[in-house]
Design a protein around this ligand. Structure first.
Ligand code: ADP
Ligand code: ZN
Ligand code: ZN
Length: 781
């Protein structure tokens, strides 16, 4: 993504959203703007009548006009203030994003702000990023702001600093607690702490909230809110443990980063798995923190483990704030505030952490920048890595994108010189990442999906006292349940897909819509009892392996087995103890984790992405294979990777096995260039869905026609392809139809996408279906 440029026709400028007709066209606005210019910036009839333009949580791409409340806030009316306003019959929380001299609506129709929620505006950098994201992704600004703020702010709570509730015993009061011994004990405890006990400490002593409230009701206890002051910045060394001495490549990379710590400096750190990228991040953060500046570190969804956090926290003496899904709403607000106030110097989080405000931004780091979890697939369809690029540019700070398997987008930027290209080709542990050994699945008997050669290798690895990872990208027992008598296959009633057979617990489940059905005893078509499970999923492979190696622990790691909170963490801990064992898992296990005792990786089937319709499938599947392979032999022992395939002669797979991801990726880039696909063109995807196929199709056709006509008239160089049905047309009983836009110039793509969105917003038929626009879609599904 190039640095943020103003996109023509898409800005929330001119207060154009001031009325209901706004979406229709710019033409409508000409008289208004002219009037404004003639009047020297003020409309004649609205000299002192200030109007607040407010972004509200609504999918409508427009702002709403309100009158100021009778008393202005102490800071005056400023952009970025949160306000509560009447909206229909409800009150909602919105953000002031423009101040205007008047409204298109008569003053009598405007309602006034009910209440101002903040003493000071929300952070400027945050507001900038939200505006940028809304414009870039063609999304409603109000919805974007809403999405990007912590839940507590969304709900209208005050943006307090960090507060804590303290519980105190009331010594004056007296009440008989002889019949409530627990409460009596609690009272004694509070009594022993005259300065008060925080809630957390009370529960650590084994008391409940109910007991506290009971004491309070009896007048025996009271609570007090206190504001915590920022911790003192550490004096002396920033480090709790010393940095590792870098190897030559790491040192070269770090030196390159040091050269430009005070300006926009995008870098791609392409380093094989286990080559010590994290050590480079840590030392960059150290340099940034030494200047008193903050680092924002993004990690993939499954990468934010206690293990990762511990690595950062053990290194530094400054506080490390983590933004993850396990936080409570107040904790999340606290983390936000810590970043916005500059109290936190290191902020680590997943995708949405890109929206964390920073008081003193110093660097942004995106680990595993190719990871799919950086893209949001509904609502505001943003890519956190791309926003990181825009944000680093805005702040004028270094940006470090790291990966063993860079996305073709970032790789192309590095190869073309737009990003600085830093490389790590060696592992500190000396062992190069293992080569993939392809083994032919054709004409061979399998057990639980595994070939005899794979089973043999598993056996010898176990007897050498090592661990084996078996990677299989399918949950459940078997992907298909079929009748051997008549050929019936269990299919989902709501999607164009088969149901997966599960055994733990036994049921049929659709992995696309999550619908479930009981297992039939007999074929619903012919009544035969000969129903067979075809193919293998994690459950079947687990069962087979347990049968073959009854004395060895088999851990299954997929979404089903790790549903319970912390169960994945528990398993990882046990694996790290190093006993010989078998790990059967999906990609949850395949990425990022350091599994020092695994020396053999078996890929049950490598063919998923080879011949898929989606042009990115091969890239993504190669990344996954390389990442899985990278789990083998990360410590003292050399690793081995066996890859089962039905296509051992496939040239792409062959290149991946022989030369690794880096070589394949460069080759794929050439193919993309020839085919004029991203990153050499830019893409936007309009998705239309409806329970009625005709409705979705008709609208897509109309939209396509209108757009093509407009493109012709305006000579905007954008192609419009389609309508075409989505690869899985029916999902959750809805039909999905696509229209695709491509252009070689990003600005032209945005102009076209913006026009299309406005056309749809003004179209009556479009209100009867669901539609969404996806800028830079990562999948065509
Ligand atoms: P990556 O992030 O590239 O996957 P890591 O940073 O996790 O790699 O490094 C892999 C292993 O190598 C870790 O155990 C790390 O402590 C070790 N390591 C990294 N850099 C060095 C170094 N310069 N000297 C010794 N060990 C290192
Ligand atoms: Zn049958
Ligand atoms: Zn389904």
């Amino acid at each position: 993504m190039p640095p943020p440029d103003p996109l023509p026709g898409t800005a929330y400028g001119f207060g154009k959203t001031a009325n209901r007709l706004a979406a229709r066209s710019f033409r409508f606005w000409r008289p208004y703007i002219l009037a404004k210019l003639i009047a020297g910036g003020q409309l004649p009839d609205s000299v002192s009548s200030q109007v607040l333009k407010i972004a509200l949580p609504s999918p409508l791409r427009r702002l709403f006009d309100y009158l100021p409340a009778s008393r202005p806030p102490p800071c005056g009316w400023q952009l970025g203030l949160r306000v509560r306003v009447p909206f229909g019959r409800r009150d909602v929380v919105g953000v002031i994003v423009e101040l205007a001299d008047g409204s298109e609506l008569p003053r009598s129709q405007l309602r006034a702000v009910i209440e101002v929620l903040d003493d000071a505006p929300l952070p400027k950098d945050w507001l900038w990023l939200c505006r940028f994201a809304a414009r870039y992704y063609q999304h409603s600004l109000g919805d974007t702001l809403h999405h990007a703020m912590p839940a507590r702010l969304r709900q209208g709570h005050a943006m307090a600093g960090r507060t804590q509730t303290l519980w105190l015993a009331n010594t004056q009061a007296s009440s008989d607690l002889s019949r409530a011994p627990k409460q009596a004990e609690l009272y004694t405890l509070l009594h022993q702490h005259p300065h008060g006990l925080p809630t957390r400490a009370v529960s650590a002593h084994g008391f409940t909230r109910e007991q506290l409230l009971a004491l309070m009701k009896k007048g025996l206890a009271s609570k007090r809110e206190i504001t915590l002051t920022a911790p003192e910045p550490p004096t002396g060394s920033l480090l709790a443990t010393p940095a590792l001495p870098l190897n030559r490549e790491q040192a070269t990379a770090l030196a390159a980063l040091h050269e430009k710590l005070d300006s926009y400096h995008p870098c791609l750190l392409e380093g094989v798995t286990g080559s010590g990228k994290t050590e480079v991040y840590l030392q960059l953060i150290e340099a940034v923190a030494a200047k008193g500046k903050q680092s924002l570190v993004l990690v993939p969804e499954i990468g934010l483990t206690p293990q990762t956090l511990a690595r950062f926290r053990n290194r530094f003496r400054v506080p490390v704030v983590a933004l993850h899904s396990g936080l409570t709403d107040p904790e999340r607000l606290d983390a936000w505030e810590a970043a916005a106030s500059g109290r936190a110097l290191i902020i680590i989080g997943t995708r949405s952490a890109i929206f964390t405000p920073l008081a003193n931004p110093g660097a942004i780091i995106v680990d595993e920048e190719h990871d799919g979890s950086y893209k949001q697939h509904d609502g505001l369809r943003y890519h956190a890595r791309d926003l990181a690029v825009a944000r680093a540019h805005y702040h004028g700070i270094p940006l470090l994108l790291g990966s063993a398997t860079p996305s073709l987008e970032s790789l192309q930027q590095a190869l073309s010189g737009s990003y600085r290209h830093l490389r790590l080709t060696q592992r500190p542990s000396r062992h190069a990442p293992a080569k993939l050994e392809l083994i032919d699945l054709r004409h061979q008997r399998r057990q639980g999906g595994l070939l005899p050669d794979a089973i043999k290798a598993i056996k010898s690895t176990l007897s050498a006292g090592k661990q084996v990872l078996i990677f299989i990208n399918r949950r459940g027992f078997a992907p298909t349940l079929a009748c051997h008598a008549c050929g019936w296959i269990a299919e989902c009633g709501q999607c164009d897909s088969r149901m997966t057979l599960h055994r733990q617990p036994p049921l049929l489940a659709c992995h696309h819509c999550d619908s479930r059905r009981a297992l039939p005893d007999a074929c619903p078509e012919c009544g035969s009892g000969d129903l067979r499970a075809l193919g293998s999923g994690t459950e079947r492979t687990e069962e087979t392996l347990q049968g073959l190696f009854p004395k060895v622990t088999v851990y299954r790691i997929d979404r089903d087995s790790t549903r319970k909170k912390d169960s994945f963490e528990q398993i990882l801990k046990e694996i790290q103890r190093g006993e010989p064992c078998l790990l059967v898992g999906t990609q949850m296990l395949a990425k990022g984790h350091h599994l020092p005792h695994v020396t053999l990786v078996v890929v049950v089937n490598a063919d998923g992405g080879l011949y898929a319709a989606d042009f990115r499938a091969l890239e993504h599947s190669a990344q996954l294979l390389e990442q899985v392979a990278g789990r083998a032999g990360r410590a003292a022992d050399r690793g081995r990777v066996l890859v089962q395939t039905l296509h051992p002669d496939d040239p792409h797979l062959g290149q991946l096995a022989e030369q690794g991801y880096g070589a394949l990726a460069r080759n794929l880039l050439e193919e993309r260039r020839l085919a004029q696909l991203p990153p050499f063109t830019f893409m936007a995807l309009l998705r239309i869905e409806s329970p009625k196929e005709e409705a979705a199709l008709a609208l897509a056709q109309q939209a396509g026609q209108a757009l093509r006509q407009w493109l012709k008239e305006t000579a905007i160089a954008t192609n419009c392809l389609g309508p075409v049905p989505a690869p899985m047309e029916r999902r959750q009983s809805r039909y999905h139809i696509h229209l695709m836009l491509t252009a070689t110039k990003r600005s032209q793509l945005h102009t076209a996408a913006s026009w299309l969105v406005q056309w749809l917003e003004a179209n009556r038929e479009a209100r009867k279906v669901r539609w969404s626009i996806d800028i830079d879609p990562q999948t065509l599904a």
